[in-house]
Design a protein. Structure first.
Length: 202
């Protein structure tokens, strides 16, 4: 699309008038003839302002500020170091105490299990349970009294029961009658490994 010379001259005159009215020099116009947006004035850095204000203070005020800084800085540094050291020492002490407690609990548990293993060995070798001739002479109520005496003496058992290889109870302490236990996991473990087995508490 073409413009005649008169229109082109009129457009050029309008742009030039705008430039003169705004007191802008030709080097402040962009290549397309538009006026760039004004830039906000840059503020001096805060640190420079503080330094400038500090220089304006009197000698006595400067000396007071420096004295406070010199007296406070060591306290802050020492306090921070003390806090870090105390926190680290406390953490180490707590960790050591927890480890010691864990070792103590594990030792008590091992002793408890070892004692129960000994009890099983003693009960398994009782003549009233091991010897068929003695079983034939000693009635079930008498054998039950022996187990009741173990529960009352050791005070760590709620009940004691003895089963045959089929899982049927031979004798048990006073309480509700027990059924067949052959399908229980701990019973199967004993049959499979032929050694005592201690299961988790029910």
């Amino acid at each position: 699309m073409l413009l005649n010379n008169q229109n082109a001259q009129s457009a050029f005159t309008t742009v030039q008038d705008l430039v003169n009215d705004a007191d802008l020099s030709s080097d402040r116009l962009s290549a397309d003839g538009r006026v760039p947006a004004p830039q906000p004035p840059q503020k001096p850095l805060p640190s420079w302002n503080l330094l400038k204000q500090f220089r304006r203070l009197g000698l006595q005020t400067k000396a007071t500020i420096l004295a406070i800084a010199i007296g406070t800085l060591p306290i802050v540094v020492i306090g921070g170091l003390t806090y870090q050291i105390t926190t680290r020492v406390t953490t180490q002490e707590v960790s050591a105490a927890q480890k010691e407690l864990a070792v103590e609990v594990a030792d008590k548990l091992n002793r408890f299990i070892y004692e129960r293993y000994g009890d099983v060995q003693v009960l398994a070798n009782l003549p009233i349970l091991r010897n068929p001739k003695v079983q034939a002479v000693v009635p079930v109520p008498e054998r039950q009294k022996v187990l009741d005496q173990y529960v009352a003496t050791y005070k760590v058992y709620d009940s004691i029961a003895v089963f045959d290889l089929a899982g049927d109870p031979i004798v048990q302490t006073t309480g509700p009658a027990l059924g067949n236990h052959r399908d229980r996991d701990y019973f199967q473990a004993v049959l499979k490994n032929d050694r005592p087995f201690i299961s988790l508490p029910a």
